[in-house]
Design a protein around this ligand. Structure first.
Ligand SMILES: [Zn+2]
Ligand SMILES: [Zn+2]
Ligand SMILES: [Zn+2]
Length: 122
């Protein structure tokens, strides 16, 4: 003796498929991943004029005998450290140790700043 679907599993079929796949535009996430200059509050806190580089190479690489690839200047205190392509990543280490947020490249011909906290060019 077979019974059809029990009455409890009978779902209303009215709202299942309406035909048009329009997604409400208001469902965008609130998180902003875009690097917009005005979104970084740390740049405004930087000393002006910017601190002069304390050294012309990465002193910790110098001491350890490791090789740096490129150099980064901490715009808070003038610390010079090596970039993330270098084996020791002393610029990032400096940020982790001090909380100093913004550095810039020390490479000739390059002109950009990076905020460690916002993870963005600023
Ligand atoms: Zn920032
Ligand atoms: Zn280094
Ligand atoms: Zn610093």
């Amino acid at each position: 003796m077979r019974r059809a679907a029990p009455a409890t599993t009978a779902l209303p079929a009215t709202s299942a498929t309406s035909g048009n796949a329009s997604i409400p535009a208001t469902s965008q996430p609130d998180r902003r991943n875009l690097a917009i200059m005005s979104e970084c509050p740390h740049v405004a806190e930087l000393p002006r004029p910017e601190p002069a580089p304390r050294t012309h190479t990465c002193p910790r690489c110098e001491a350890a005998g490791t090789h740096h690839v490129q150099l980064r200047l901490c715009l808070v205190c003038g610390h010079v450290g090596c970039c993330d392509s270098s084996p020791m990543r002393h610029a990032t280490a400096h940020h982790l140790e001090t909380g100093h947020a913004v550095m810039r490249t020390l490479e000739e011909g390059e002109d950009w700043r990076w905020c460690f906290v916002d993870n963005a060019l600023v």
